[in-house]
Design a protein around this ligand. Sequence first.
Ligand code: PA5
Length: 460
Amino acid sequence: MNLMLDYTNLLKSKNLPKGISLCELENGKALVKQAFDLFKLKKNNEPLGFYDLPDYDTKIIKNFINKNSQRKKPFNTIVVLGIGGSALGNKAVYNALRHQKNLNKLYVYDNVDPYLWQDILDNINIETTLFNVITKSGTTAETMSSFMFIMNFIKEKFPQDYKERIVITTDKEKGFLRQIVQKEGFESFIVPDDVGGRFSVLTDVGLLSSAFVGIDIDALLKGAKKMRKLCDENDIFKNPAMIIALTHLRYMNQGKNISVMMPYSNALYDLADWYRQLWAESLGKKVDLEGKEVFTGQTPIKALGATDQHSQVQLYVEGPKDKVFTFLMVENYKIDFTIPNIYPERAEVNYLSNSTFSKLLNSECIATELALTEANCPNMTIKFKTLNEESIGAFIYLYEAATIFTGYMLNINPLNQPGVEAGKIATYALMNKKGFEETSQKINNYIKNKEKQGNILCLN
Ligand code: PA5
């Protein structure tokens, strides 16, 4: 395997007297087994389809890519319009791999920010750009507004063939967007019923844009498949997802309610962003499986090495002991640069000379690991020998499985996101959607009351 998990610094040692002992890990076996059994049991009744995704059938995607290459002017740029689970994985995979090969361009519009639209429109050649609208529900306000905007824009420019320039990925039957596909005849792809948004990167959601840019999606799935085998192991010491889940659960029990993922690589920063959503939305829950209030979760934070050494590490080393850390490190860089020996006589900088940037970066990663360990802060490292499709696919599957295990060990449902609903409903009301008049009235009162309280200062 191209991927390694080093969890030494999660375990009890001289530097980590409150770390988890091997014995505690061993004792956690029963808990893990329970979660694992629940996982297997649920797999048959609930949207847990991510388990089967390493076997995903990619034929339709490949046919589509083939068809594109036969166009008179093939599309060479793709813009994904989606949000949350319908966007973060696309970005993460692309940015992790785009330095490895000469890929087509991917842009992701995952907000409703007019400046972001401007940036994208300034950068693309609209003539050769394909738009992929992704929304499982087919109703998400952010994505639907972007869809309508781009459809209007494209239709004006290319009235003859605008439909060929937009492909839609959504539920196979449900949702407004599916109705549009059926009525208007856009090419479409599917978000499987049994796969939740944040677990969907290895479906048409993430695979279409990945294949389009030139990523080997079979290799991505192959990596996931190898990882699935490991995550199916009963022996906790052979199962990386169980190790991550159990250690993080134990640290949560010790009050470490923050999980920092710190890639020492810009290429992996978006993968930490993908993890942030997965861990937050899946584990942040008010009630447990019996409906009892538990208010559980572990706040995921992303930090970038070495950049954030000059922003966050002071807090990490000397601040509250409420965090567990994960470093991501790349051993071999495909592209590297040597630091020149310009001031050989100056000790201030000559130690850097003739070294590479990747060596400096990885040395800084080890240095931070050491500093944190000596400060009694539990940490682990996931090392990518090289960045490639297999290792990224494996990483994705590893964290999906670890999230599910952790959720079941917490006795919560890691697959829903009821807390996101309140905000969605309030947005509908604020935007005057029919049927939300009562909420709209409630919000107006809330705003008026706030103004009456007089705690708002004019600052300019
Ligand atoms: O994980 C999830 O389910 C969410 O983050 C969704 O992906 C996100 O809300 C977007 O939903 P949809 O794909 O329905 O537009």
